[in-house]
Design a protein around this ligand. Sequence first.
Ligand SMILES: C[S@@+](CC[C@H](N)C(=O)[O-])C[C@H]1O[C@@H](n2cnc3c(N)ncnc32)[C@H](O)[C@@H]1O
Length: 225
Amino acid sequence: MTQPSQRQIFLNGEGDAWYERNCQSSPEQREQWQEQDPLARLLTELPLPRGSEVSVLEVGCGQGLRLLRMRQEFGWRVAGVDPSSAAVDAVASLGLKAHVATADILPLPDASVDLLIYGFCLYLCDRSDLFKIAAEAHRVLRPESWLAILDFWSPHQKVNPYHHRSGVFSYKDDLSAMFTWHPSYVITDHRLRHHVTRAHTDDPQEWVATTMLRRCDLSPSTSLG
Ligand SMILES: C[S@@+](CC[C@H](N)C(=O)[O-])C[C@H]1O[C@@H](n2cnc3c(N)ncnc32)[C@H](O)[C@@H]1O
């Protein structure tokens, strides 16, 4: 019998299990999570206007606390996708849009997103899906847009068993390489920090990266000169 894909395992309940284990239920826990979000500073510094004309999608959004903060602080039009229907219900209960979906098939129109976020999502995705995932990101992003990745980081691929379920694996890679081979994508910020303390560390086992990429499609007028 063939093993189900990791994508299917998360759709079939592992996403809900993650949500049940990690849901921040009290207002104090939620506030603390939002204050400690490693992406918060990078998102604050983006040269994007405030207001609902800026469209944001978080893939693997969990309970949506990052999206909520962006909506409250910047007024951006935010939406999330996650394979967990429990997480999607939680996001909807915050008054935000969310869909049950996975990174390889995003339920959004072409060229509709100004900022796409993967927050600790890609480390759980099937490696055989990474080309599809990058192609979906490219499809939904506008020709001038931003892409933020927060995840475990290693210059060489590492694979570890996922502690909560046998047959599932977590990966460490240089995930920005999914995009930087393409002439339209450039890294504008990349920081490695300790997974728990957020301090500088020389221990590659502990590295977490926050990476911001700019997509800027070349046109004949921008490519000359
Ligand atoms: C570690 S949690 C991160 C949640 C949130 N983004 C955060 O930063 O706290 C990983 C999330 O990715 C979701 N996920 C797992 N596989 C996925 C896939 N193939 N596509 C999209 N999301 C996925 C899980 O259901 C879970 O909510």
